[in-house]
Design a protein around this ligand. Sequence first.
Ligand SMILES: [Mg+2]
Length: 271
Amino acid sequence: MQHLFSVWQDFSKRLKVARRVLLLCDYDGTLTPIVDRPELADLSEKTRQLLQTLTRQKNFTVGIISGRALADLRQKVNVSNIIYSGNHGLEIEGPGIGLVNPLAAEMMPVFRLINQVLKKALAPIRGVLVEDKGLTISVHYRLVEESKSEEVKNIFERVIDTARSLGKVRITSGKKVYEIRPGVDWDKGAAIEFLIGRFGKTKVKKELLPIFLGDDETDDDGFRVIEKHGGVSIFVGEKPARSAARYYLKSPAEVEQFLEQMIDSVSDRQA
Ligand SMILES: [Mg+2]
């Protein structure tokens, strides 16, 4: 994996010749540092301005793809003319787009029930946050004492065992979080595939440059789709772990710098 700034000349050249750029970013850990309580992960004013500036570039489409619920994501990012995709791609909203995975929507009553049972079962453990995100559920255990994390896992497994064995749900994990998702074949990668199809008109597909930045395991689905389309996949993290991404940036601070440099590159072209 190469640091993106070490190949900036090449990248900048590709930006300049692309007819259309589809810039997609994960939120937590990518645009903002990971914090103890997810509700406190706020976007810096500077990053917000940079994203807003990029949405105004004539040939740019910008989107945020997150595990957060869409409404939560929209409120956190608060940029206009941008695509929001929540719940790992199960819902997508943007200029001219509105989509909720129908099978996932059907599962919502089941998820409400799982949410209630999980909350009750995990209530005795201090620091667990069970987050009802409508189409999915997150169990955050960053604030749980280390000695109790095994117990969280056991309770969690017990509660979702039946639903999982019926194929109703699937489980993914990320940074100190377990996620319960509907058992449908859809993830961030599928959402990105959909967006590439939407913005890369078949004839000029080669001229669409899709870019995706993410920091966690669930972002690998996205990286693979980006690679398949000859785009630029960027892992965000201090130590480039095993990842399907080709490039990396060390931190959300470097991502901010990346957005800024990208604006400079694009402005050169338009000057
Ligand atoms: Mg993330």
